[in-house]
Design a protein around this ligand. Structure first.
Ligand SMILES: *[C@@H]1O[C@H](CO)[C@@H](O)[C@H](O)[C@H]1NC(C)=O
Ligand SMILES: *[C@@H]1O[C@H](CO)[C@@H](O)[C@H](O)[C@H]1NC(C)=O
Length: 336
């Protein structure tokens, strides 16, 4: 019992020292303000571990081109205000499923050029995440993580880069996004898919740019490839035409599946609703500011008037005092 207590005490004493010692060893990253955010720049510093000694207020952290192998929930817990995290070109092979679970302010994460095989599904459930880079993690299974994270329709992901994630000779499933009304940019350049059809794009009803160079895929039906090209063209997406396998059938009149159109219409309706509520939020925001300004002006004007009245009253009081004194003086003189 006694020895246990002693151990506990010695632990408590040595722990802070240990952390302090770690911080002396840790490379010093440049800190500055970038676009108003408290930023730490640890670009290409040969770091092997996630930094532990930066200010807990850090909002943007550049860790690209290092040799970090591990990122844990505890690492991220140190920086609860993190908005942008760049981990491009490190040696990350594995991330725990719940590693980003508490990173509720995270808006951008760059995990490209690592060796991840799986994306933590919780990433697709983060309330603020809009930008996700996964490019060049060979054989990473994005589709599986999205299946595990479902439903992801609440996700506010607007930009997803998953270019070059298949090795030569291997292929992957196209993620089943269902409805993702905010996704505006998707990069699938250089990916070899098991198969794709218009169904995969139906729920991406706000897609504006599709990086689709060097995409290869199998197609279930003869005209699927042509229909995807037509679908994207009709919806004014900026994309590179898929190279379709030659076939003898004329695909120009092959209609789009009714179900795909339904999914698309539902997604558009949802998008319209989101835009409306965002617009209203903005209007209320400015109305709030205007009302606040009016109240402030009112208070200022009220203050001025009150001050003016007070001054006037004081002057009148002084005046009447002076008159009284004068009268008294006069009275005294007449008495004398
Ligand atoms: C998609 O990614 C590739 C490589 O990562 C890049 O070269 C290409 O420009 C990107 N496409 C778009 C539309 O940004
Ligand atoms: C597509 O592939 C060709 C030939 O392999 C290559 O030259 C080109 O750079 C690739 N395009 C992109 C955007 O990676």
């Amino acid at each position: 019992m006694f020895s246990k207590t002693l151990m506990l005490i010695s632990c408590c004493i040595s722990l802070p020292e240990l952390i302090a010692a770690d911080c002396n060893k840790e490379r010093k990253c440049k800190t500055s303000r970038v676009h108003g955010l408290r930023s730490a720049d640890c670009y290409r510093m040969d770091m092997r571990e996630f930094p532990k000694c930066l200010s807990s207020n850090t909002e943007a952290l550049e860790l690209s081109y290092n040799r970090i192998r591990k990122v844990t929930k505890e690492d991220l817990r140190r920086y609860p205000y993190m908005v942008h995290l760049y981990l491009m070109d490190n040696l990350i092979v594995n991330l725990d499923d719940d590693v980003f679970q508490e990173s509720s302010s995270l808006r951008t994460i760059d995990l490209s050029v690592n060796a991840l095989k799986k994306v933590p599904p919780t990433l697709f459930q983060l309330p603020s995440l809009t930008t996700l880079y996964l490019s060049q993690n060979l054989n990473i299974n994005v589709a599986e993580s999205i299946d595990e994270a479902k439903p992801i329709s609440q996700s506010c992901l607007t930009k997803l880069d998953m270019s070059y994630i298949t090795e030569d000779g291997s292929s992957t499933d196209f993620p089943d996004f269902r409805e993702l009304p905010l996704l505006a940019f998707l990069n699938i350049t250089g990916v070899n898919f098991n198969y794709i059809s218009t169904r995969h794009f139906a729920g991406l009803c706000n897609l504006q740019i599709l990086g689709s160079e060097n995409v290869s895929a199998e197609f279930e039906h003869d005209c699927d490839c042509e229909r995807i090209n037509r679908w994207l063209l009709e919806r004014k997406v900026k994309y590179t035409e898929l190279v379709c396998p030659t076939n003898e059938i004329d695909c120009s009149n092959k209609p789009i599946d009714v179900e795909d159109l339904e999914v698309y219409q539902n997604c558009r309706a949802k998008y319209a609703k989101i835009s409306r509520s965002l617009y209203l939020e903005k209007v209320w925001h400015w109305l709030g500011i205007a009302a606040g300004g009016l109240v402030l002006t009112g208070i200022l004007v009220g203050c001025c008037i009150w001050k003016h009245i007070k001054q006037k009253k004081a002057m009148e009081a002084r005046e009447s005092l002076r008159q009284r004194e004068n009268r008294q003086l006069l009275n005294n003189q007449t008495k004398v």
